[in-house]
Design a protein around this ligand. Structure first.
Ligand SMILES: Cc1ncc(COP(=O)(O)O)c(C=O)c1O
Length: 387
Protein backbone atom coordinates (compact mmCIF):
# COMPACT_ATOMS: atom_id res chain seq x y z
CA UNK A 1 0.00 0.00 0.00
CA UNK A 2 1.36 3.45 -0.82
CA UNK A 3 0.90 6.51 1.37
CA UNK A 4 -1.96 7.82 -0.79
CA UNK A 5 -4.31 4.87 -0.31
CA UNK A 6 -6.57 4.08 2.57
CA UNK A 7 -8.26 0.80 3.18
CA UNK A 8 -10.18 -0.98 5.88
CA UNK A 9 -7.35 -3.34 6.78
CA UNK A 10 -4.58 -0.79 7.18
CA UNK A 11 -2.44 -1.00 10.29
CA UNK A 12 -1.95 1.95 12.60
CA UNK A 13 1.58 2.24 11.25
CA UNK A 14 0.34 2.52 7.66
CA UNK A 15 -2.33 4.97 8.71
CA UNK A 16 0.21 7.13 10.49
CA UNK A 17 2.45 7.08 7.42
CA UNK A 18 -0.37 8.63 5.43
CA UNK A 19 -0.51 11.48 8.00
CA UNK A 20 3.11 12.68 8.00
CA UNK A 21 2.44 15.17 10.80
CA UNK A 22 2.53 12.18 13.13
CA UNK A 23 6.26 11.81 12.37
CA UNK A 24 7.07 15.20 13.78
CA UNK A 25 4.66 16.07 16.60
CA UNK A 26 2.02 14.65 18.91
CA UNK A 27 -0.99 16.41 17.41
CA UNK A 28 -4.12 16.15 19.57
CA UNK A 29 -5.97 19.31 18.55
CA UNK A 30 -8.33 18.31 15.73
CA UNK A 31 -11.16 20.34 17.28
CA UNK A 32 -9.09 23.40 16.25
CA UNK A 33 -7.88 22.32 12.81
CA UNK A 34 -6.85 18.99 11.32
CA UNK A 35 -3.81 18.18 9.17
CA UNK A 36 -4.39 16.65 5.73
CA UNK A 37 -3.18 13.25 4.58
CA UNK A 38 -0.64 12.62 1.83
CA UNK A 39 -3.61 11.44 -0.26
CA UNK A 40 -5.47 14.73 0.14
CA UNK A 41 -2.28 16.63 -0.62
CA UNK A 42 -1.82 14.54 -3.76
CA UNK A 43 -5.42 15.17 -4.87
CA UNK A 44 -4.91 18.92 -4.51
CA UNK A 45 -1.64 18.61 -6.40
CA UNK A 46 -3.48 16.80 -9.22
CA UNK A 47 -5.92 19.70 -9.53
CA UNK A 48 -3.15 22.27 -9.60
CA UNK A 49 -1.29 20.16 -12.20
CA UNK A 50 -4.35 20.27 -14.48
CA UNK A 51 -4.64 24.00 -13.82
CA UNK A 52 -0.97 24.47 -14.65
CA UNK A 53 -0.46 22.28 -17.69
CA UNK A 54 -3.82 21.10 -19.06
CA UNK A 55 -6.00 24.05 -18.31
CA UNK A 56 -7.92 23.89 -21.60
CA UNK A 57 -9.40 20.55 -20.41
CA UNK A 58 -10.17 21.72 -16.89
CA UNK A 59 -13.97 21.81 -17.01
CA UNK A 60 -14.17 18.29 -18.42
CA UNK A 61 -11.75 16.99 -15.77
CA UNK A 62 -13.20 18.86 -12.80
CA UNK A 63 -16.88 18.03 -13.30
CA UNK A 64 -16.63 14.29 -12.44
CA UNK A 65 -14.73 15.09 -9.24
CA UNK A 66 -17.31 17.72 -8.21
CA UNK A 67 -20.05 15.16 -8.84
CA UNK A 68 -18.22 12.43 -6.95
CA UNK A 69 -17.55 14.75 -4.00
CA UNK A 70 -21.19 15.85 -3.77
CA UNK A 71 -22.36 12.20 -3.90
CA UNK A 72 -19.82 11.17 -1.26
CA UNK A 73 -20.89 14.00 1.05
CA UNK A 74 -24.50 12.89 0.66
CA UNK A 75 -23.62 9.26 1.45
CA UNK A 76 -21.62 10.18 4.54
CA UNK A 77 -24.43 12.20 6.12
CA UNK A 78 -27.48 10.23 4.94
CA UNK A 79 -29.06 12.23 2.13
CA UNK A 80 -28.96 12.45 -1.66
CA UNK A 81 -26.67 14.57 -3.81
CA UNK A 82 -29.49 16.93 -4.83
CA UNK A 83 -29.63 18.10 -1.21
CA UNK A 84 -25.93 18.98 -0.94
CA UNK A 85 -24.38 22.39 -1.65
CA UNK A 86 -20.69 23.26 -1.47
CA UNK A 87 -19.89 26.24 0.71
CA UNK A 88 -16.76 28.10 1.73
CA UNK A 89 -17.11 27.30 5.43
CA UNK A 90 -19.65 27.01 8.24
CA UNK A 91 -19.93 30.77 8.74
CA UNK A 92 -20.84 31.14 5.06
CA UNK A 93 -23.44 28.34 5.11
CA UNK A 94 -25.17 29.50 8.29
CA UNK A 95 -25.30 33.07 6.99
CA UNK A 96 -27.00 31.86 3.78
CA UNK A 97 -29.62 30.06 5.88
CA UNK A 98 -30.14 32.88 8.39
CA UNK A 99 -30.57 35.53 5.72
CA UNK A 100 -32.81 33.35 3.56
CA UNK A 101 -35.77 32.87 5.92
CA UNK A 102 -38.94 34.88 5.53
CA UNK A 103 -38.66 36.60 8.91
CA UNK A 104 -41.59 38.39 10.57
CA UNK A 105 -41.24 40.84 13.44
CA UNK A 106 -41.65 38.82 16.67
CA UNK A 107 -40.19 35.56 15.32
CA UNK A 108 -37.51 33.91 17.43
CA UNK A 109 -34.47 31.66 17.01
CA UNK A 110 -33.20 29.38 19.78
CA UNK A 111 -29.44 28.85 20.17
CA UNK A 112 -27.38 27.46 23.10
CA UNK A 113 -25.70 30.27 25.05
CA UNK A 114 -22.21 28.70 24.61
CA UNK A 115 -22.58 27.99 20.90
CA UNK A 116 -19.52 28.62 18.70
CA UNK A 117 -19.88 32.11 17.15
CA UNK A 118 -20.25 30.76 13.58
CA UNK A 119 -23.69 29.45 14.51
CA UNK A 120 -24.64 32.40 16.69
CA UNK A 121 -23.69 35.73 15.18
CA UNK A 122 -25.68 35.26 11.95
CA UNK A 123 -28.83 34.68 14.04
CA UNK A 124 -28.00 37.56 16.40
CA UNK A 125 -27.67 39.88 13.41
CA UNK A 126 -31.39 39.39 12.66
CA UNK A 127 -32.28 41.59 15.66
CA UNK A 128 -32.72 44.60 13.37
CA UNK A 129 -35.46 42.63 11.54
CA UNK A 130 -37.30 42.13 14.83
CA UNK A 131 -36.08 38.55 15.40
CA UNK A 132 -35.43 37.60 19.02
CA UNK A 133 -32.45 35.37 19.88
CA UNK A 134 -33.35 33.00 22.73
CA UNK A 135 -30.31 31.59 24.48
CA UNK A 136 -30.62 28.08 25.86
CA UNK A 137 -28.77 27.66 29.15
CA UNK A 138 -26.04 25.06 29.03
CA UNK A 139 -26.56 23.08 32.25
CA UNK A 140 -23.71 20.83 33.40
CA UNK A 141 -22.28 21.20 29.92
CA UNK A 142 -25.41 19.91 28.16
CA UNK A 143 -28.29 21.10 26.02
CA UNK A 144 -31.34 18.85 26.25
CA UNK A 145 -34.68 18.46 24.43
CA UNK A 146 -36.42 19.15 27.75
CA UNK A 147 -34.80 22.59 27.97
CA UNK A 148 -35.73 23.25 24.36
CA UNK A 149 -39.36 22.29 25.09
CA UNK A 150 -39.51 24.97 27.77
CA UNK A 151 -38.03 27.69 25.53
CA UNK A 152 -39.80 27.00 22.24
CA UNK A 153 -43.13 28.44 21.10
CA UNK A 154 -45.06 28.85 17.89
CA UNK A 155 -43.04 31.94 16.90
CA UNK A 156 -39.81 29.88 16.91
CA UNK A 157 -38.71 29.58 13.29
CA UNK A 158 -35.27 28.02 13.78
CA UNK A 159 -33.46 25.97 16.42
CA UNK A 160 -29.71 26.15 15.77
CA UNK A 161 -27.00 24.21 17.58
CA UNK A 162 -23.83 22.17 17.14
CA UNK A 163 -24.01 18.41 16.99
CA UNK A 164 -20.92 18.49 19.25
CA UNK A 165 -20.20 21.51 21.44
CA UNK A 166 -16.75 22.89 20.69
CA UNK A 167 -15.64 23.60 24.25
CA UNK A 168 -16.54 20.33 26.05
CA UNK A 169 -17.48 17.81 23.35
CA UNK A 170 -21.10 17.32 24.45
CA UNK A 171 -22.98 15.49 21.69
CA UNK A 172 -26.62 16.57 21.44
CA UNK A 173 -29.51 14.15 20.98
CA UNK A 174 -30.47 15.53 17.57
CA UNK A 175 -33.40 13.18 16.90
CA UNK A 176 -35.12 14.26 20.12
CA UNK A 177 -34.30 17.92 19.48
CA UNK A 178 -35.66 17.66 15.92
CA UNK A 179 -38.92 16.20 17.26
CA UNK A 180 -39.40 19.19 19.60
CA UNK A 181 -38.50 21.69 16.86
CA UNK A 182 -40.78 20.11 14.28
CA UNK A 183 -43.73 19.95 16.69
CA UNK A 184 -43.59 23.77 16.48
CA UNK A 185 -42.84 23.87 12.72
CA UNK A 186 -39.35 25.21 13.49
CA UNK A 187 -36.40 24.22 11.30
CA UNK A 188 -33.39 22.49 12.87
CA UNK A 189 -30.01 23.88 11.78
CA UNK A 190 -26.99 21.85 12.93
CA UNK A 191 -23.35 22.88 12.85
CA UNK A 192 -21.60 19.57 12.20
CA UNK A 193 -18.06 20.91 12.12
CA UNK A 194 -17.08 19.28 15.43
CA UNK A 195 -18.61 15.92 14.56
CA UNK A 196 -18.69 15.07 10.84
CA UNK A 197 -15.64 13.03 9.89
CA UNK A 198 -15.28 11.70 13.44
CA UNK A 199 -18.71 10.31 14.24
CA UNK A 200 -21.61 9.07 12.11
CA UNK A 201 -24.62 11.25 11.42
CA UNK A 202 -27.77 10.64 9.38
CA UNK A 203 -29.61 13.85 8.55
CA UNK A 204 -32.73 12.24 7.13
CA UNK A 205 -33.14 9.67 9.91
CA UNK A 206 -32.49 12.33 12.58
CA UNK A 207 -34.76 14.99 11.07
CA UNK A 208 -32.07 17.64 10.54
CA UNK A 209 -33.15 20.44 8.19
CA UNK A 210 -29.65 21.79 7.58
CA UNK A 211 -26.29 20.27 8.42
CA UNK A 212 -23.44 22.70 7.84
CA UNK A 213 -19.84 21.45 7.83
CA UNK A 214 -16.37 22.93 7.37
CA UNK A 215 -13.81 20.45 6.04
CA UNK A 216 -10.78 21.64 7.98
CA UNK A 217 -11.29 20.01 11.38
CA UNK A 218 -12.46 16.41 11.92
CA UNK A 219 -12.96 15.90 8.19
CA UNK A 220 -9.16 16.32 7.80
CA UNK A 221 -9.91 18.18 4.60
CA UNK A 222 -8.68 21.37 2.95
CA UNK A 223 -9.16 24.89 4.30
CA UNK A 224 -11.87 27.13 2.90
CA UNK A 225 -14.28 24.47 1.68
CA UNK A 226 -17.25 22.69 3.22
CA UNK A 227 -20.74 21.55 2.43
CA UNK A 228 -24.27 21.75 3.68
CA UNK A 229 -27.04 19.16 3.46
CA UNK A 230 -30.54 20.64 3.29
CA UNK A 231 -33.91 18.95 3.81
CA UNK A 232 -36.73 19.40 1.29
CA UNK A 233 -38.45 21.67 3.80
CA UNK A 234 -35.33 23.83 4.17
CA UNK A 235 -34.90 24.04 0.38
CA UNK A 236 -38.53 25.08 0.01
CA UNK A 237 -38.41 27.69 2.77
CA UNK A 238 -35.01 29.33 2.15
CA UNK A 239 -34.75 32.20 -0.27
CA UNK A 240 -31.49 32.40 -2.22
CA UNK A 241 -29.84 35.63 -1.06
CA UNK A 242 -26.46 35.25 -2.79
CA UNK A 243 -26.94 35.03 -6.53
CA UNK A 244 -24.42 34.62 -9.30
CA UNK A 245 -24.15 33.22 -12.78
CA UNK A 246 -23.77 29.62 -11.50
CA UNK A 247 -26.90 29.80 -9.34
CA UNK A 248 -29.14 29.21 -12.36
CA UNK A 249 -30.21 26.17 -14.41
CA UNK A 250 -28.28 26.92 -17.59
CA UNK A 251 -25.39 29.24 -16.76
CA UNK A 252 -23.79 29.01 -20.21
CA UNK A 253 -26.92 30.53 -21.77
CA UNK A 254 -25.92 33.78 -19.95
CA UNK A 255 -29.61 34.59 -19.75
CA UNK A 256 -29.81 37.16 -16.99
CA UNK A 257 -32.90 35.47 -15.64
CA UNK A 258 -33.36 34.09 -12.15
CA UNK A 259 -34.13 30.53 -13.19
CA UNK A 260 -33.00 28.57 -10.14
CA UNK A 261 -32.57 24.77 -10.06
CA UNK A 262 -34.73 22.85 -7.60
CA UNK A 263 -31.73 21.24 -5.92
CA UNK A 264 -29.22 22.66 -3.42
CA UNK A 265 -26.84 23.87 -6.16
CA UNK A 266 -28.99 27.01 -6.24
CA UNK A 267 -26.86 28.13 -3.26
CA UNK A 268 -23.60 27.90 -5.26
CA UNK A 269 -23.35 31.33 -6.84
CA UNK A 270 -19.98 31.35 -8.61
CA UNK A 271 -16.78 29.52 -9.53
CA UNK A 272 -15.99 26.53 -7.31
CA UNK A 273 -13.02 26.03 -5.02
CA UNK A 274 -11.55 23.37 -7.31
CA UNK A 275 -8.52 22.52 -5.18
CA UNK A 276 -10.70 22.31 -2.09
CA UNK A 277 -13.20 20.00 -3.74
CA UNK A 278 -10.46 17.73 -5.16
CA UNK A 279 -8.97 17.42 -1.67
CA UNK A 280 -12.34 16.87 -0.04
CA UNK A 281 -13.29 14.20 -2.59
CA UNK A 282 -10.14 12.27 -1.68
CA UNK A 283 -10.90 12.62 2.01
CA UNK A 284 -14.34 11.06 1.46
CA UNK A 285 -12.62 8.14 -0.32
CA UNK A 286 -10.38 7.65 2.71
CA UNK A 287 -13.29 7.78 5.17
CA UNK A 288 -15.30 5.29 3.11
CA UNK A 289 -12.36 2.90 2.86
CA UNK A 290 -11.71 2.93 6.61
CA UNK A 291 -15.40 3.45 7.51
CA UNK A 292 -16.76 6.19 9.75
CA UNK A 293 -17.82 3.61 12.35
CA UNK A 294 -14.24 2.42 12.78
CA UNK A 295 -12.97 5.99 12.89
CA UNK A 296 -15.41 6.80 15.70
CA UNK A 297 -14.58 3.62 17.63
CA UNK A 298 -10.88 4.37 17.52
CA UNK A 299 -11.31 8.00 18.62
CA UNK A 300 -13.57 7.04 21.52
CA UNK A 301 -11.12 4.35 22.61
CA UNK A 302 -8.30 6.88 22.71
CA UNK A 303 -10.51 9.20 24.76
CA UNK A 304 -11.41 6.35 27.16
CA UNK A 305 -7.73 5.82 27.79
CA UNK A 306 -7.18 9.55 28.30
CA UNK A 307 -10.13 9.91 30.69
CA UNK A 308 -8.99 6.93 32.77
CA UNK A 309 -5.44 8.18 33.05
CA UNK A 310 -6.54 11.75 33.72
CA UNK A 311 -8.86 10.69 36.55
CA UNK A 312 -6.22 8.44 38.02
CA UNK A 313 -3.97 11.47 38.33
CA UNK A 314 -6.62 13.64 39.97
CA UNK A 315 -7.87 15.59 36.95
CA UNK A 316 -11.58 16.36 36.77
CA UNK A 317 -13.04 15.24 33.43
CA UNK A 318 -15.47 17.93 32.28
CA UNK A 319 -16.82 16.27 29.13
CA UNK A 320 -19.99 14.21 29.37
CA UNK A 321 -18.76 10.63 29.04
CA UNK A 322 -21.88 8.49 28.69
CA UNK A 323 -22.55 6.76 25.37
CA UNK A 324 -24.54 9.02 23.07
CA UNK A 325 -23.33 12.25 24.72
CA UNK A 326 -19.59 11.95 24.10
CA UNK A 327 -17.47 12.72 21.07
CA UNK A 328 -13.91 13.27 19.89
CA UNK A 329 -13.38 16.13 22.35
CA UNK A 330 -12.32 15.49 25.91
CA UNK A 331 -11.86 18.40 28.26
CA UNK A 332 -10.51 18.22 31.78
CA UNK A 333 -9.40 20.44 34.59
CA UNK A 334 -6.96 20.57 37.46
CA UNK A 335 -6.20 23.76 39.40
CA UNK A 336 -2.45 23.36 38.90
CA UNK A 337 -2.68 23.22 35.10
CA UNK A 338 -5.79 25.32 34.44
CA UNK A 339 -4.16 28.00 32.35
CA UNK A 340 -3.19 28.58 28.74
CA UNK A 341 0.50 28.40 29.80
CA UNK A 342 0.03 24.66 29.98
CA UNK A 343 -0.75 24.64 26.26
CA UNK A 344 2.48 26.56 25.56
CA UNK A 345 4.46 24.23 27.85
CA UNK A 346 3.12 21.20 25.95
CA UNK A 347 3.84 22.85 22.60
CA UNK A 348 7.48 23.15 23.59
CA UNK A 349 7.45 19.38 24.06
CA UNK A 350 5.83 18.85 20.65
CA UNK A 351 2.39 18.05 22.09
CA UNK A 352 -0.54 20.05 20.71
CA UNK A 353 -3.86 20.47 22.50
CA UNK A 354 -6.28 23.38 23.10
CA UNK A 355 -7.66 25.37 26.02
CA UNK A 356 -11.33 26.46 26.09
CA UNK A 357 -13.59 27.79 28.86
CA UNK A 358 -11.05 27.20 31.62
CA UNK A 359 -10.25 23.61 30.71
CA UNK A 360 -7.71 21.71 28.64
CA UNK A 361 -9.32 20.42 25.46
CA UNK A 362 -7.87 17.31 23.87
CA UNK A 363 -9.14 16.04 20.51
CA UNK A 364 -7.35 13.00 19.10
CA UNK A 365 -8.13 11.54 15.69
CA UNK A 366 -8.04 7.94 14.49
CA UNK A 367 -4.38 8.03 13.42
CA UNK A 368 -3.18 9.04 16.90
CA UNK A 369 -1.59 6.30 18.98
CA UNK A 370 -2.07 5.11 22.54
CA UNK A 371 1.55 6.13 23.19
CA UNK A 372 0.71 9.71 22.26
CA UNK A 373 -2.09 9.79 24.84
CA UNK A 374 0.29 8.41 27.47
CA UNK A 375 2.92 10.97 26.52
CA UNK A 376 0.43 13.82 27.01
CA UNK A 377 -0.63 12.58 30.44
CA UNK A 378 2.96 12.04 31.56
CA UNK A 379 3.84 15.62 30.56
CA UNK A 380 0.81 17.02 32.42
CA UNK A 381 1.57 15.00 35.52
CA UNK A 382 5.11 16.34 35.47
CA UNK A 383 3.88 19.92 35.19
CA UNK A 384 1.17 19.70 37.81
CA UNK A 385 3.06 17.37 40.11
CA UNK A 386 -0.16 15.51 40.85
CA UNK A 387 -0.12 11.82 41.37
C1 LIG B 1 -18.59 24.38 16.09
C2 LIG B 1 -17.72 25.10 15.12
N1 LIG B 1 -18.24 25.52 13.95
C3 LIG B 1 -17.49 26.17 13.04
C4 LIG B 1 -16.15 26.45 13.27
C5 LIG B 1 -15.34 27.14 12.23
O1 LIG B 1 -16.10 27.96 11.44
P1 LIG B 1 -15.62 28.38 9.97
O2 LIG B 1 -15.37 27.13 9.24
O3 LIG B 1 -16.73 29.18 9.46
O4 LIG B 1 -14.36 29.15 10.14
C6 LIG B 1 -15.58 26.05 14.48
C7 LIG B 1 -14.16 26.35 14.77
O5 LIG B 1 -13.67 26.31 15.86
C8 LIG B 1 -16.38 25.35 15.41
O6 LIG B 1 -15.86 24.92 16.57
Amino acid sequence: MNDFDHDASMSLEELRRSFPISDRVNYLNHAATGPISRGVQEAIRRQTEIHTTQHETATRRYEPIYRECRESAARLVGTSAAHVAFIQNTSHGISLLANGQDWREGDNVIVPEMEFPSNYLAWLSLADRGVELRRLKVIEGRVTPEQLSRAIDDRTRVVALSHVQYFNGFRADLSAIAAVAHAHRALLVVDGTQSVGAIPIDVEAMGIDALVVSAHKWMLGPLGVGFMALSGEMLARTRVTQLGWLSVNDPFAFNREIDLPDDATRFEAGTENAAGIFGLAQRFREIEAYTIERIERRILRLNDRLADLARRHGFEVRSPMEAGARSGILSFHHPAIADPDTVAYLQDLGIHIGFREGALRVSPHYYNSEDEIDELVAALVKKSDVR
